[in-house]
Design a protein around this ligand. Structure first.
Ligand SMILES: Cc1ncc(COP(=O)(O)O)c(C=O)c1O
Length: 279
C-alpha cells in the first residue's frame, strides 16, 4: 500500500462547516448530499512553508464545478480561504501538508435525490493532514484497467466531483493484480489518466498528455508547462515508451516504471519535471 496511518495526524482537528472538531468527532449529517449521493465537489491542495500552492486556481475550479452542479449559496473564495487559515492554525501546520477541501450540496430536508430538498446551503469540509507526496520517486507500476472513464456526454470531466467510484473500481483491479495504481482508458480505448492523476508519455522528444475528454483539466500539468495535446494515445504508446509520469497537486509529479503488470518496461529515472519541479 502506498499510504499508511501517520501518528502525527492522531489528534488533528477537522473543519466541518466552520466547526473545528477532533477527527474522531468530525462527522457530517446522514442527510448530507455527500452521504446520500456522492453529491459533492473537491480539491486536493498542498501546503509549502505556510502557503497553499495555486490556491486561487483550485478555488476557481471548485467554484466552477459547484456552479456546473447548480449548488446554491457557494461560499466565496475569501470565506473558504479564511476557513483554511483557521484549520491550519488550529493544527499548527506549515509544511508537508495535504488538504482535502470538499464542498457538498449540503443537508437535505428529507432523504431524496432532488436538489430542491437542499434548503440550507452547502457543507464545507476542510481535512488537513501531515502527508508527504503519496508516490515514490523511483517509480510505480500501473495496471491498465478494464474500467473506462466517462466521456463528456455522460459526465463532464471538467466537473471535479467527489463521486470516485470509477477510480475506486480501477484501483481495486490494480490491487488485485499487485500493481500500485491503474492506467485508465476512455470509452474509445484511448489513454485518459490514472485512477488518481493525469498522465504523461514521452514520445519522440515530445511529451504527450490527453485532452480533457475523459480526465480532469489538471492544474499541475498546466504548471508543469505541458498543455493537453494528445487525443489518441493508445496503450501501445505507453508500452513502447521508456518514460512516463503522472501528476496531480497531491501527488506532485512521479514516474511510472511499468505500463502494465504483464508488460514490464523496467525501472527508469524520473523524468526531468520530476527532478526539477517541486510544486
Ligand atoms: C483523478 C484525477 N486526475 C487528475 C487530477 C489532476 O490534479 P491537479 O489538478 O491537482 O493537478 C486529479 C486531482 O484531484 C484527480 O483527482
Amino acid at each position: 500500500m502506498l499510504q499508511k496511518f501517520n501518528a502525527l495526524n492522531r489528534d488533528i482537528v477537522v473543519n466541518v462547516d466552520g466547526k473545528l472538531l477532533h477527527r474522531d468527532q468530525a462527522g457530517i449529517s446522514s442527510f448530507d448530499s455527500a452521504v446520500q449521493g456522492g453529491d459533492a465537489v473537491w480539491e486536493g491542495l498542498r501546503l509549502y512553508r505556510g502557503r497553499i500552492f495555486k490556491l486561487r486556481e483550485h478555488l476557481d475550479r471548485l467554484r466552477s464545478s459547484a456552479l456546473a452542479l447548480a449548488f446554491q449559496g457557494i461560499p466565496s473564495h475569501e470565506k473558504i480561504t479564511e476557513e483554511l487559515k483557521r484549520t491550519l492554525a488550529a493544527n499548527g501546520m506549515r509544511d508537508g501538508v495535504d488538504i482535502r477541501l470538499t464542498l457538498t450540496r449540503g443537508v437535505k430536508v428529507t432523504s431524496g435525490m432532488d436538489p430542491r430538498l437542499n434548503q440550507s446551503g452547502p457543507t464545507l469540509i476542510i481535512l488537513a493532514e501531515h502527508k508527504p507526496p503519496v508516490y515514490p520517486q523511483d517509480g510505480i507500476s500501473l495496471l491498465t484497467s478494464a474500467i473506462r472513464r466517462f466521456p463528456p456526454d455522460c459526465l463532464d470531466p471538467k466537473i471535479h466531483h467527489a463521486n470516485l467510484l470509477q477510480s475506486i473500481l480501477a484501483k481495486i483491479q490494480a490491487n488485485e493484480a499487485g500493481a500500485d495504481d491503474a492506467l485508465m482508458l476512455d470509452s474509445r480505448g484511448f489513454v485518459a489518466e490514472t485512477n488518481a492523476t493525469n498522465v504523461f508519455l514521452v514520445s519522440g522528444g515530445a511529451v504527450l498528455t490527453p485532452f480533457p475528454v475523459a480526465c480532469p483539466e489538471g492544474i499541475t500539468r498546466v504548471i508543469l508547462g505541458v498543455r493537453p495535446n494528445s487525443p489518441h494515445t493508445t496503450t501501445a504508446t505507453s508500452w513502447s515508451r521508456p518514460r512516463a509520469w503522472r501528476s496531480s497537486m497531491r501527488a506532485e509529479s512521479a514516474p511510472s516504471s511499468r505500463g502494465n503488470s504483464s508488460r514490464d518496461l523496467g525501472k527508469f529515472m524520473p523524468s526531468p519535471p520530476c527532478q526539477s519541479q517541486r510544486l
